[in-house]
Design a protein around this ligand. Structure first.
Ligand code: ADP
Ligand code: MG
Length: 223
């Protein structure tokens, strides 16, 4: 319930970005899927996490706001040694702004979607869904609703996107699990409706495949 959700925020600073554990707990509480994310402080820990996960992994710097702009995202690392070297190289090139890193399993290729929420004090919560990637940025291909809303409404939002055919089997692509994406959007709506102290929520991207939808990058700001 909302009381439990709020208790997950106790101990957090009343304003600013949520730390990774609180973020994880809050998303989990609302059933919003975030890929497994292991925090690591140094190259050895990065190698260990990589070994524990087994398959190919992604290493991401913690600290920089736009990680990929500063070389803070390395995908497709296949061995613990590769992950260890990638951590060292990242620290070297980013410097002190990098306070640590996270290791995640690689999610299979899919359509990248942005799901966001904002809460302006004078206006109330609003949920946004948009096509990810550079082209979609240029087109500003987005749809908005005031939460809470049903999964059918979330699916209507998806179909409002001009580029929505990309999700529904465009030119022989396997159709992505649009219903799983609609479920994520609906749950973001529930979170934004339940917790007005959440000023901003970003899932960028949610990767949508034929098998489901999962966020690989998430942040929440309280105000
Ligand atoms: P940033 O927002 O700082 O650029 P992201 O965490 O969003 O960093 O990662 C950038 C890109 O890297 C994503 O858009 C996606 O293409 C890819 N990526 C990130 N994490 C994963 C993952 N776990 N599995 C597969 N691809 C990923
Ligand atoms: Mg991102």
């Amino acid at each position: 319930d909302d009381l439990t959700a709020r208790s997950l925020l106790s101990g957090q600073a009343p304003e600013g970005w949520l730390d990774p554990d609180a973020l994880d707990g809050l998303l989990r509480h609302f059933g919003i899927p975030l890929v497994q994310t292991i925090g690591v402080a140094d190259a050895d820990a990065a190698a260990e996490a990589s070994a524990a996960l087994g398959g190919p992994v992604v290493l991401k710097a913690v600290g920089p706001v736009h990680k990929s702009d500063v070389g803070g995202v390395r995908v497709g690392l296949t061995t613990p040694e590769e992950t260890r070297a990638a951590f060292a190289a990242m620290r070297e090139s980013i410097g002190a702004e990098m306070t640590g890193a996270v290791v995640q399993p690689m999610v299979e290729q899919g359509t990248e979607i942005i799901v966001g929420g904002v809460n302006y004090p004078a206006f109330g919560p609003l949920v946004m869904v948009g096509m990810g990637g550079v082209t979609a940025d240029l087109l500003a291909d987005r749809a908005f609703r005031v939460p809470p809303f049903s999964a059918d409404t979330a699916e209507a939002m998806i179909r409002e996107l001009r580029s929505h055919p990309l999700l529904y089997g465009y030119r022989g692509r396997p159709p992505a699990d649009a219903r799983a994406l609609a479920d994520v959007i609906t749950k973001v709506g529930r979170l934004m409706d339940a917790l007005p102290e959440v000023a901003e929520l970003d899932l960028n991207p949610v990767i949508v495949t034929p098998g489901g939808a999962v966020a690989v990058d998430a942040r929440i700001r309280l105000a």
